[in-house]
Ligand binder design. Sequence first.
Ligand code: PMV
Length: 360
Amino acid sequence: MSTNQFIPINLSKKDINGVASWSSPSNIALVKYWGKKENQIPENQSISFTLDACKTITKLTYTRKETVSTEYSFQVFLDKIHKPDFEPKIKIFFARIENYMPFLKEFHFKIETENTFPHSSGIASSASGMSALALCLMSIEKELKPEITNKEFIKKASFLARLGSGSACRSLEGDLVVWGKHKNIEGSSDLFGIKYPNQVHENFKNYQDTILLVDKGEKQVSSTVGHNLMHGHPFAQERFKQAEENITKIKDIFESGDLDAFIALVESEALTLHAMMMTSMPYFILMKPNTLEIINKIWNFRKETGLHISFTLDAGANVHILYPENETEAIIEFIKTELVAYCQNGHYICDRIGFGAKQL
Ligand code: PMV
């Protein structure tokens, strides 16, 4: 599929100034994206639950410049504090998307952003942050080209968000989003995320995700570096094949509602992601001792109670505990009595499946 479809034609040059505001959530992958080609094209397909409570709220104030300059002009504020150290990342993002947003240098932007989760929680804000910014920029494009449909708007926002941070393209809609072209998922693409188009059993409606904050420090290895270490990785091709097969398997699981099969697939995906890190060269470990303590406790508790508690991990030490809504009471009790002790300062966040970004 060509990227040319995202180059806008007939954009108005009218003199607009204004404010665009969006909230956009984080997401947690069930089948993980790890490894990419040039231009943020994923090596394998991924699928995620969109989250509800963990989100970024971004307000973009745009003012048309009197004369067009050759530089981008913007300032970034996090929680009302000017953050010049965030600006190089935004500059790279603007440079990547300029071909598709040819008006970027015609405006001055004030980007004001805040997260509903603590900045230093170890929860990546790149998915929610980049998708919120992409949506704000799309609101400007819509002003310049009002005939754009809602479907095109979301698709292009996802396309742009992907260029900011791969997994960000899965944050715009909910409750499940697929990214990466897959033969069994109609409409799927390497260029943007799509709302999962197939049947989903009641068991997965309103699934819960309690995030245990095991380590709130800065990661030793960024996901950009981690993705790159999949080039020449001895197990890479097998891993990409496995992810493709797991998408087919999870499609059947979503249809049948088989919670045990879901648990096995999701936990295997999480551990495989970390196994890829441990077998990279150079190798690295992002899990902490408490991550493993929690995993073992979950396994024992599941064995004892028969409840459908499972875990997944992203590129860090925190643990996402996933469970069906009707088991919430017993599982929250278990988290409070047995697992909070392994969280940094006892911190955890109760989240659940959400339905995507919202214009404010
Ligand atoms: O979007 P990135 O480049 O930060 O990569 C995210 C990778 C994982 O979170 C580990 C997996 C995923 O699919 O979200």
